[in-house]
Write a protein that binds this ligand. Structure first.
Ligand code: ASP
Length: 472
């Protein structure tokens, strides 16, 4: 009997997971012990074993692959050229993603739809109630903003979120308060880069691992013969980790069915309905951006779109179901080198960097989410910000910068949302509205992030080939 190919197995698994999850959703919502039990098992296989396994190898993989990528490049100055082009490509495509997102939200106006107006009216009523209670208790109006303490105490009162979410919120508030662009670059990029490498490895701080790996690789290149054993060690380590990846991938069909099943059973599509226009705007923008990326890669690297899409489908599906670019990295590396014929050195260097800093989908999502919240709540008594041209530009620029600092793990984009909200002056508790649909949108944006990384590797590989041909 003909063996079903891995991507078809994954595809079938996604479908089965979706159907089973949707079937379980009503029972899970009613608190049925059976449904809760099944979801527990699905989480065990999907999240704890499969994602856990992929996460286990991220830190050594990033270190080994970046060092190997650099040390196998023909010459040290090639690194500078490749690095420069890559940076340009990443910033360019991420900016396009943000522009597409902003254009769509301005056209569709999800925050000004009838359904959204109802949400705003409800919010205004709650706000008035809280304000009256606060006034009665303290004799002061918290929204007069004369007293910052009162205002902050009032904001804390608004959280009304479940305890762990409220904790997260106050943590976000502390870490993102008053961030200037300089501070943003310092805390999001510089400090994680200049961290003790052993700490970075232990905490999967990919930015720190990459920076150290680049230095290590460059030093090896310069030392030549005396560093040869280290180069060999990392290269062997790289091969070993790719082998382990293939073992973990054997689990992928079952694990992906479980991941989809548990997500759908716990969320259902109901969440999408409540924030329908908002979710639709993001999904549509992500689709348009993906079409742009596929066209760009086929134009720049002269390959057929179908060839590219076929080559990345395993990585795309794993990204969609795990919502983590980092966890998908081993699979992306495999797809790009085996199916898209990108050279090992370019893939090993560009993909870990791409998975860490090139987040087209996340940047798009952040810009749209903040603009949606301002469309919806802007100008209310406790939200002084409105959607002006200046604010739109600030949101776009901050989204591009903040996305580079977003960790490549599920829901990490929410921290960037908090940063942008703070920058434009949107009170943080409003972010909770979009949390309800975040998991599903995270799956979509992560798939776009990974597609962008793969496209980047293909383009850089093509440029590098051309450069080598010119020099030959
Ligand atoms: N989950 C995304 C990723 O891993 C990051 C985000 O939350 O935006 O690419």
């Amino acid at each position: 009997m003909k063996k079903i190919s891995l991507h078809n197995q994954i595809f079938i698994a996604m479908f089965v997971g979706l159907v089973v999850g949707m079937g379980l959703n009503p029972y899970f919502d009613k608190g049925s012990a059976f449904a809760v039990h099944i979801v527990w098992w699905m989480d065990l296989i999907g999240k704890d074993i499969f994602i856990g396994g992929l996460k286990m190898i991220i830190a050594p993989l990033v270190l080994a692959s970046v060092v190997t990528g650099i040390t196998t490049l023909p010459r040290a100055e090639a690194l500078g050229q490749i690095g420069g082009k890559m940076a340009l490509y990443y910033v360019g495509t991420t900016s396009v993603a943000v522009i597409i997102g902003i254009s769509l939200i301005l056209v569709i106006q999800p925050g000004n739809r009838d359904a959204s107006k109802e949400v705003r009216a409800k919010r205004e009523a709650v706000l008035e109630k809280h304000r009256a209670t606060f006034k009665m208790d303290t004799g002061r109006d918290p929204l007069a903003k004369e007293n910052k303490e009162d205002y902050l105490a009032f904001l804390a009162l608004q959280d009304g979120a479940p305890p762990d979410a409220a904790n997260k919120l106050s943590h976000m508030r502390k870490t993102t308060e008053d961030v200037s662009p300089g501070e943003l670059i310092k805390t999001q990029l510089l400090s994680p880069m200049l961290t003790n490498p052993f700490n970075s490895l232990a905490n999967a701080n990919t930015l720190g691992i990459i920076f150290f790996a680049v230095l290590l690789g460059l030093a090896c290149l310069m030392l030549g013969e005396s560093a040869a054993p280290v180069v060999k060690l990392f290269s062997a380590m790289n091969d070993i980790i790719m082998k382990i990846t293939l073992w973990i991938m054997e689990l992928s069909p079952v694990a992906i069915a479980c991941l989809m099943g548990s997500t759908m059973a716990t969320l259902g599509f109901g969440a999408l309905e409540t924030l329908g226009w908002y979710s639709m705007t993001i999904i549509l923008a992500l689709i348009i951006h993906s079409i742009f990326i596929v066209s760009l890669v086929s134009y720049l690297a002269t390959i057929r779109p179908v060839f590219f899409l076929r080559g990345i489908r395993d990585a795309w599906m794993v990204a969609f179901s795990t919502a983590s670019s980092a966890a998908t990295l081993p699979v992306t590396l495999n797809c790009v080198t085996k199916k898209l014929k990108v050279s090992d050195e370019v893939a090993e260097f560009s993909l870990p960097v791409g998975a860490t800093v090139n987040m087209d989908g996340s940047a798009l999502h952040e810009a749209v989410a903040i603009m949606f919240l301002i469309q919806l709540y802007g100008g209310m008594d406790d939200v002084s910000v409105t959607l002006t041209m200046t604010n739109t530009i600030v949101i776009a620029v901050t989204a591009v910068i903040a996305s580079a600092g977003v960790a490549a793990i599920p829901s990490a984009g929410l921290v960037a949302l908090a940063i942008i909200a703070n920058t434009v002056g949107l009170p943080l508790h409003y972010i909770f509205l979009v949390l309800a649909v975040d998991r599903i949108l995270d799956m979509c944006r992560t798939a776009t992030n990974v597609m962008g990384d793969a496209a980047g590797a293909v383009v850089v590989n093509y440029w590098e080939q051309k450069r080598q041909e010119r020099q030959a």
